[in-house]
Ligand binder design. Structure first.
Ligand code: C5P
Length: 429
């Protein structure tokens, strides 16, 4: 079985830290970015050094911290050696894929908005030829102040990308807008920013979560599914630049969104398999890719009761009817989108998944063991297509979703070049 290698292109960012309580979150952000395979060069303003030390940031990033336009914290120049040509602000910003300022104080935002360059970090920002991402952090009154709002509008007009701020309790004890986003959220959004836009111009339609088939006013039949995998695939599709429609059964999850790519998924919430099928029928016409991640309940009650069925001492029998196969319906359309299914099995995974791919007549199926997948944050997938089996090694569901979509892009491309894509896809042996 082929093991799919994850490509982890070494990305370089400058993490700028300015003076604010939220500077402590920059330590965790550095750790998470490095874990993602990003090279992090930290640059701190003088004020930032009052909140967190360059020593901490050097230890976490593994590189001397840039602190001063003239001389750095190690008594060396900003490249970490002594033959400085005085161009650290140019060299450092040229060798980077993005500058991320987190936290960005109200004062620093004002300086950015006015193009000031009176310290190393502001000079790096002004001299950059790469994207600038800013995560504001300040007291709510400072955030709401007309001057700050004017400066923020200026940054947006200048093409600066804003992450946050969030609303919530603040270090000063007040409650409101201005909290810096959590490090995990920032790391996730920054990673999303670096994804190749492989699905630009593509409409991806997905189903996710369970369906719920009512028996009476309070009881029903459902499948165990948190919706996490389907929502992760929707999130990853947004990151790759797709327009995403997510048709979801009942879950506790919020709609996927991708601020750095500038759009969210269209979320259509449904309850039963019949509702899900109807929503798919309404959305499928212009879909390029359909991914059935939903754990659709196989049966529904033949008769439902609007009132709660009273418990009795005798046996209760239910007549069950099979639900429509939504993926099967889409795959059998005269001009189907590129169809991908999921197979969750408790045993004989590969055998059942192969059979399912052929029965449903779809080019690709993602197989996983139900006991590993349901409700978990991590999983392992085996992708099965005409060429065989490809293992996506254990990872969090968003990483797996990105890998799955990259496989879909490559497979769709190769099948369309063989002239076997669409009208209809032939996958049977
Ligand atoms: O339930 P089964 O194992 O056949 O599910 C395989 C695939 O078919 C999954 O992608 C699931 O979303 C889809 N499916 C569907 N409608 C059903 C049952 C399954 O779309 N009624």
């Amino acid at each position: 079985m082929a093991q799919v290698m994850r490509d982890a292109p070494a990305r370089r960012i400058i993490l700028g830290i300015t003076g604010g309580i939220a500077a402590y979150k920059a330590a965790e952000l550095t750790r998470l970015l490095i874990k993602q395979g990003t090279h992090v060069q930290v640059a701190m303003t003088e004020a930032a050094c009052h909140f967190i030390t360059p020593t901490t940031m050097q230890a976490l990033s593994g590189h001397p911290v840039l602190t001063n336009l003239w001389i750095n914290s190690q008594g060396m120049n900003n490249q970490g050696n002594s033959n400085d040509d005085g161009m650290a602000h140019i060299h450092a910003s040229r060798a980077t894929d993005a500058i991320v300022v987190a936290p960005a104080s109200a004062d620093f935002i004002a300086r950015l908005a006015h193009g000031l360059a009176d310290d190393l970090l502001s000079t790096l920002c002004l001299a950059r030829n790469c994207p600038l991402i800013v995560a504001p952090a300040m007291n709510r009154q400072m955030w709401e102040n007309a001057a700050t709002q004017r400066n923020i509008q200026q940054l947006i007009a200048d093409g600066v990308i804003l992450l946050g701020p969030d609303s919530g309790s603040q270090a000063c004890g007040e409650e409101g807008m201005g909290r810096m986003q959590e490090a995990a959220q920032l790391a996730r959004d920054i990673q999303a920013f670096f994804q190749p836009r492989l699905l630009a111009g593509t409409h991806v339609l997905l189903t996710a979560g369970p369906t719920y088939e009512a028996i009476d006013a309070v009881r029903g039949i459902t499948n165990r599914s948190s919706g996490k995998m389907g929502y992760a695939v929707a999130q990853a599709a947004l990151e790759l630049g797709a327009r995403v429609t997510l048709i979801s059964g009942p879950t506790a999850l919020s709609a996927p969104h991708c601020p750095l790519v500038g759009q969210g998924a269209k979320l259509i919430q449904v309850t039963s398999a019949a509702d899900m099928l109807q929503a798919v029928q309404q959305q499928v016409a212009d879909a390029d890719i359909f991914i059935g991640v939903a754990a659709v309940a196989d049966y529904r009650a033949a008769q439902t009761s609007a009132q709660k069925i009273k418990k009795g001492a005798t046996k209760l029998s239910l007549d069950l009817l099979p639900n429509p196969d939504i993926l099967g319906y889409v795959a059998s359309l005269p001009k189907p989108p590129f169809c991908v299914g999921f197979a969750a099995e408790s045993h004989d995974l590969i055998k059942h998944a192969h059979e399912k791919r052929l029965t449903k007549n779809i080019p690709l199926i993602a197989a996983n063991l139900a006991q590993h997948a349901v409700g978990a944050d991590d999983n392992e997938l085996i992708l099965i297509d005409h060429a065989g089996e490809h293992v996506l090694p254990r990872a969090d569901k968003l990483t797996l979703a990105r890998d799955l979509l990259k496989h879909i892009v490559a497979l769709r491309h190769s099948l369309s070049h063989k002239g076997t894509m669409k009208h209809p896809i032939k996958v049977r042996a």
